[in-house]
Ligand binder design. Structure first.
Ligand code: SF4
Length: 341
């Protein structure tokens, strides 16, 4: 069990023990809706949530700087109150966005802590967090971090870029050598899932008098962000079904996967407006950029050329192919389900 103080909880407020700090203060949740002294915490929680709904990462002005205990407590309480507000909206889309944004934020801190060559306590803390949450034993050696090959393979299965293939990594004595950023990148998905499960498993409190309007506002934002158009994937090839599932889970689909999905659906006659909502759950969703890119692929902007869906061979090299027997000998996903002449 980690022994943490407010400076660590301010960076990693999802860790066990953060709630106790609030409890020890003796503030009931109802007080946040009425007490003017707690208004700044409510404002911070609101801001924290708002940033995550736009796909951004909340930046604190006190982390890594001199700050009083009360400023750090405010930081922790704003995270806890944001969770309460999320629970009151009941919007899973918002929970996912918030969890992913907070995971990215924690990732930045873990990376910085691991990279602090002169501060052993910070490095030890980051290593302990990774071990306690994800059971990965990280050992520091010179400027690298070593993790067992089995853990590396387990946690890198969703990484399709070449650099993550084991053959392209430096391996010594059954351990993979990683830089601080790569070490942390490896647990990004798990960190997000960990925060999602913490929020999902937290009890939903009764409505807090005085905060109804904030809850109403975020419920409405959550409804707007929930895809209203769901593509029926029944007749689609496995690669396309997989890409849709990744997006529906709010996980990151690589650029090559987005290109495949968009060009496939465009070739099937779907419009840019029909396809765009599929990307709403992507952690880095931006409506303007998504529409711009889709219009570009559809040939309705830019050069006017409509891009084609890549071949199965190309998709295999991009680790986007999930062939089943039904794929038979087709050479392009667009041929899936069609009888050969
Ligand atoms: S064989 Fe082609 S259609 Fe089938 S999953 Fe692979 S890329 Fe998709």
């Amino acid at each position: 069990m980690l022994e943490l103080g407010t400076d660590e909880f301010a960076k990693y407020p999802f860790l066990e023990g953060a709630g106790k700090i609030l409890k020890d203060k003796g503030f009931p949740l109802s007080q946040f809706g009425t007490d003017p002294d707690l208004k700044s915490v409510v404002d911070k929680a609101y801001h924290r949530l708002k940033v995550s709904t736009k796909g951004g990462i909340y930046k604190s002005e006190i982390i890594n700087g001199e700050a009083s205990d009360s400023a750090r407590e405010k930081e922790i309480f704003s995270f806890l109150l944001a969770i309460v507000l999320l629970k009151l909206t009941g919007m899973h889309t918002l929970i996912k966005r918030f969890a992913l944004a907070e995971a990215r934020r924690a990732e930045n801190h873990l990376e910085k802590d691991l990279g602090k060559a002169s501060d052993k306590s910070k490095i030890d803390l980051a290593i302990r967090i990774i071990y306690d949450l994800f059971n990965i034993e990280v050992i520091k050696e010179d400027e690298f971090f070593k993790i067992p090959v089995s853990d590396y393979l387990k946690h890198s299965t969703d990484f399709h870029e070449r650099e993550w293939k084991l053959i392209n990594r430096h391996v010594e004595g059954g351990k993979v050598l990683l830089t601080p950023d790569k070490t942390v990148r490896l647990i990004r998905k798990e960190l997000g899932n960990y925060i999602i499960s913490k929020i999902t498993n937290a009890p939903t409190p009764p409505m807090i008098s005085g905060l109804e309007n904030i809850v109403k506002e975020f419920t409405s934002i959550g409804k707007d962000l929930t895809p209203s158009y769901v593509v029926t994937s029944g007749e689609y090839p496995p690669c396309i079904k997989h890409a849709i599932e990744v997006l529906e889970k709010g996980e990151n689909l690589p650029h090559s996967g987005r290109f495949m999905l968009a060009t496939f659906l465009l070739s099937k006659g779907q419009t840019v407006q029909q396809i765009a909502p599929l990307f709403k759950n992507a952690p880095d969703y931006n409506e303007r950029v998504t529409l711009y890119q889709l219009n570009h692929l559809a040939g309705t902007s830019g050069s006017g050329t409509q891009y084609s869906c890549p071949s199965c061979e190309k998709l295999k090299t991009q680790s986007l192919c999930f062939a089943t027997a039904e794929c038979d000998t087709i050479i392009n996903p667009l041929q899936f389900g069609k009888k050969r002449q």
